[in-house]
Design a protein around this ligand. Sequence first.
Ligand code: ADP
Ligand code: MG
Length: 167
Amino acid sequence: MVYRKGDNGQAVDPAGVTPCGEARPTSEPVLEMSFEVGHYDFAAAGEAASRIKQVLRKLGMAPNVVRRVAVAAYEAEMNLVIHSVGGNILLNVDTEKVTIVACDEGPGMPDVGLAMREGYSTASDEIREMGFGAGMGLPNMKKCSDSFSIESEVGRGTTVTASIKIA
Ligand SMILES: Nc1ncnc2c1ncn2[C@@H]1O[C@H](COP(=O)(O)OP(=O)(O)O)[C@@H](O)[C@H]1O
Ligand SMILES: [Mg+2]
């Protein structure tokens, strides 16, 4: 199932939603970086998002763009830590936008529409005690993004793509 923000129901371009490693926005990248994120690795959780933030600051991006990308990257990273077997975050910057692609190889989401609902979370009590599991991560990512999509298949994995326009 594919969820996209901003495509007004037209057919989904399969080139826009690609598996791990092949996820590439269409224009020529200015910068591309990949970060590994480990399942339940709370010691390192948040590092990818904070490095992404540093890189964008160094590139001289507008604070508002940096903030929106940082929020999307953090939510994506925490979802990999908490809900997936572990995965990767790809940062892609081109002349028009910053794209964050978070991908993993499991367990996948049975219902993407449900996962997108504010307050919906399958986080365990243990995770909730750590302060996570408010069910606002995916809705926040969507709010922060100019373009947003989720592709997920149970048993195969999930790819979440968020793009933020630079100008
Ligand atoms: N990478 C993922 N793999 C599998 N399920 C996921 C993934 N990311 C999110 N989910 C599912 O979507 C739900 C909602 O995610 P989110 O809005 O970030 O809330 P939270 O992380 O607080 O549970 C999660 O509880 C989980 O069931
Ligand atoms: Mg989350």
